[in-house]
Design a protein around this ligand. Structure first.
Ligand code: GLY
Length: 380
């Protein structure tokens, strides 16, 4: 069970440990953590010098608070402020970050602070894992998606024209600080996109959590800090459990990819552009996975509709044709799916469902059945 720790607003702060042997770390969740980041990091990881990697949006709202809390110029080696957006997660920006950190004379004992959403976390985490053969990094995730998923579990990397996250490492952070206050400056669309990853945990393993979300999503999106903290904590706990069982994704960590095989193909098809945020691709992908499961007779009738209704209530897209700016093509999506990291001996891995809270991994899916399903979904 998560335990309270000695931090400000301790009554509201929750801690989830990721108890990996020799590399255990905590995820602190709650309000007001950013302003205390310097003290919390020093208490847990010792006094260090810091380099911050962030993006322009996060810098605009929150960088001054973080810098002040990290102790000002004395300990700050420097900062790298990148353009927001998925396009930043690329070789060119990786080179820029690595060279900037080396110019700052970042040493092995220093800390990289990845301060942003999933793009910054993945990119800065990757840079940290290859710089000087590995320097420690702290994740301070500023989007809901990063707080519940990408900042925890050690997946780092960049995208290439061939697909998403095809270059990267497994490298665990030393600490994660998920400040719920920071989410108040997140655009509503980004908040909804992150919510798809929250609902995902219920849909994979925990029908009770999904039912609670169906009841409580308005509180999660409103100003109810305890509902928001509960949603994040439950998600992070589920993620921690699976990461400890299967850090390198040789087994059931792949369940976290529910919706991602379809979703990544949709993201590649839209050119990782503003037409489709990652979480929106996941939302559509999850609805597709449930509709496909139902069409294959794997889960009870009405299950997919329950999922779709919830995502629609929240304001998420649920169909391929909800993506603005052009009609998809089933063959093109099949081609893009073939680039998935989970392809083994030419066979795609799918995460399908026997029910809500009962997802499973399968390689026994006929490509022609998927192609025909996608063509029906697109209406072509
Ligand atoms: N985002 C999926 C994972 O961390 O495994």
């Amino acid at each position: 069970m998560p335990t309270a720790v000695n931090v400000p607003s301790a009554g509201l702060t929750r801690t989830v440990q990721v108890p990996l042997e020799g590399r255990a770390y905590d995820v602190l969740i709650g309000p007001g953590l950013l302003a205390q980041a310097g003290r919390i990091i020093a208490q847990r990881l010792g006094t260090a010098r810091y380099a911050i990697v962030t993006d322009e949006n996060v810098a605009h709202y929150h960088l001054a608070t973080l810098e002040k809390s990290l102790g000002g110029e004395e300990r700050l080696l420097g900062k790298v402020v990148l353009q927001p957006g998925e396009a930043t997660k690329c070789f060119r920006e990786l080179q820029k970050v690595c060279e900037a950190l080396l110019e700052m004379k970042l040493e092995r004992g220093d800390l990289v602070v990845a301060f942003g959403g999933g793009v910054i976390g993945d990119l800065a985490g990757f840079a940290s894992s290859i710089l000087r053969r590995g320097v420690r990094f702290v994740q301070i995730p500023t989007s809901l998606l990063a707080q519940v998923d990408s900042s925890v579990g050690g997946k780092t990397g960049i995208n290439t024209p061939q697909g998403k996250n095809l270059i990267g490492t497994f490298s665990q952070p030393s600490l994660v600080l998920a400040d719920t206050d920071v989410l108040s400056t997140l655009p509503a669309r980004e908040m909804r996109a992150g919510y798809a990853e929250v609902a995902k945990y219920g849909l994979i393993w925990d029908e009770g959590f999904f039912s609670w979300l169906e009841e409580s999503w308005r509180s999660v999106f409103g100003n109810d800090v305890s509902a928001l903290t509960h949603a994040i904590e439950t998600s992070v706990k589920a993620k921690s459990d699976v990461v400890v069982r299967d850090e390198k994704e040789t087994g059931d960590r792949a369940l976290l990819n529910l919706g991602h095989t379809f979703g990544h193909a949709l993201e590649a098809w839209t050119g990782y552009s503003d037409r489709l945020l990652h979480g929106e691709g996941v939302a559509i992908g999850i609805c597709l996975a449930f509709r496909f499961s139902e069409a294959q007779g794997l889960c009870p009738k009405g299950t997919a509709q329950r999922v779709t209704t919830h995502f629609r209530d929240v304001g998420l897209p649920t169909r391929i044709n909800d993506i603005p700016g052009g009609r998809a093509d089933a063959d093109e999506l099949m081609r893009l799916m073939a680039q998935d990291k989970k392809v083994r001996e030419g066979r795609l891995t799918f995460i399908l469902a026997r029910d809500i809270g009962a997802a499973f991994i399968t390689r026994e899916v006929e490509p022609e059945a998927v192609r025909a399903f996608l063509a029906r979904e697109i209406g072509g």
